[in-house]
Design a protein around this ligand. Structure first.
Ligand SMILES: C[S@@+](CC[C@H](N)C(=O)[O-])C[C@H]1O[C@@H](n2cnc3c(N)ncnc32)[C@H](O)[C@@H]1O
Length: 218
């Protein structure tokens, strides 16, 4: 099995099974349901998805914006793994979705992003920070914070530490897991002013067994 030191190799090898796995637990629908009721969505936002993978979070947010009639002015997304981005671009082409920009980059080296990729109102990220070396989490958060407008927010979905996730995600998907205190500490070190934990609505409340939703203000 590939070591967690090389997430790009793992997601190149296993991107199809990743998509099958997350579909089986209705993860895309859960993310969409969160954004369908999020007060952070409004017309004309500049939005960035950090570690977009095959686009599940970007597409959930895009669909929620369309359904709510609040189209973003920019929806940008980056990921470390070209094979994940290829799948995302195939989906965008197949569904004839325009206006979503994608690029390859490492969240720990954001200087590689296009120069215009800054000044965001909302940055989202799901199931990616778990793949960074643990001491790098505050640096990654601080790098994203630097790309937010004053008053902008970061919404992070991140796998929680419990015995079930240790088996299902930690071991199977070679991921780090976090508890609430570790997450709060990392956001504080990154300089965020306010951090609260959100929740999945209604039917999708079971996804809380998997992860935290962290809502942070720059
Ligand atoms: C479990 S997938 C999550 C993808 C997507 N956000 C989702 O929710 O389905 C983890 C993704 O994080 C990406 N990733 C891992 N380390 C990264 C890094 N340092 N910078 C950017 N992306 C990274 C991987 O390439 C992979 O696509």
């Amino acid at each position: 099995m590939t070591s967690m030191a090389d997430p790009a190799a793992m997601f190149t090898e296993r991107n199809r099974s990743y998509v099958r796995f997350v579909r089986s637990v209705l993860y895309p629908q859960g993310l969409r349901s969160y954004f369908l009721r999020s007060p952070r969505l409004r017309t004309g936002l500049r939005v960035l998805d950090a570690g977009c993978g095959t686009g599940i979070l970007t597409l959930a947010l895009h669909e929620a914006c369309l359904r709510r009639g609040v189209p973003p002015v920019a929806l940008d997304a980056f990921d470390l793994t070209p094979a994940m981005l290829d799948r995302f671009r195939e989906t965008l082409a197949a569904r004839v979705i325009n206006g979503i920009a994608t690029t390859q980059a490492d969240v720990l080296h954001l200087e590689a992003l296009p120069p215009s990729w800054t000044g965001y109102d909302l940055i989202v990220s799901a199931s990616m920070m778990e793949y960074l070396p643990r001491p790098s989490l505050p640096d990654a958060l601080a790098g994203l914070k630097a790309r937010l407008n004053p008053g902008g927010s970061l919404v992070l979905f991140i796998t929680r530490r419990n015995w079930l996730m240790n088996l299902m995600i930690g071991r199977w998907w070679e991921s780090n897991l976090y508890d609430a205190g570790e997450i709060e500490g990392a956001f504080q070190r990154a300089g965020f002013s306010r951090v609260v934990f959100g929740s999945f609505p209604g039917f999708f409340r079971y996804l809380a067994l998997w992860g935290y939703i962290v809502e942070a203000e720059a």
